[in-house]
Design a protein. Sequence first.
Length: 262
Amino acid sequence: MARAIAGMSIVITGASAGIGLALARRLAAQGARLTLAARRLDRLDAFNAAHGGGHRCVRADVGIAADCAAVVDAARAAFGRIDTLVCNAGFGLHQPVAATSAADWRAMFATNLDGTVECIRAVLPLMRAQDPVAGWRGQIVIVSSCLARRAAPLMAAYSATKAAQLSLAEALRVEERPRRIAVTSVHPIGTETEFQAVAGRGDASGVATGPRQSADAVARAMLRAIRRPRPECWPAWWSRPAFAAMGFVPSLVDLAMARLLR
């Protein structure tokens, strides 16, 4: 059964740019009630002013557990329920494994993985207590990556966080299905966003290149997965079979990726 976007209460972390902002635009256009979280509150406020002023904007760093709880509390206070939580906040780092410091590893896992877990931990009690709408009490959307299935050289730390997010989604969707809470992992390919400029560090000159997509293309696919919840969302239609096939020929994939390195 399809869920109506109009009137739906949706929380998006990392909503000030990239995929989060593109998704917020599409959801607002269809009448969703949004709670938007990011570190750059001025961008969220500008979005809210441009889209009717009826949304809730919260400055938050998902690497801080108290901020995650505050985002959920703000959405509950404003709209009474949360139909979908989109865990989108994250950042990347281009570095060889040996050059990635312990501090950088901890910071990336704190934001990309721990931030996802803390948002989920905060929202589950509310979702479990809600009445179902169109068959679901709620939905958790975790923005992972195609690299969850196959890591890329010079992006080991980022790939590891995305693989961990996928494992989290796979376990959680089975645990929460009896309570009618859907869990969807999203797996974009390379996406045209502020990903590197905003939070990424390191030298990207040797990173393997490949096909890319727009943030709006990802948002369109995510909108469909919010309307009709599904286990996984792969915005580029060809990427799911391609990355699945890589698991059968890892040595060949290693050679192909090595040739892409400059």
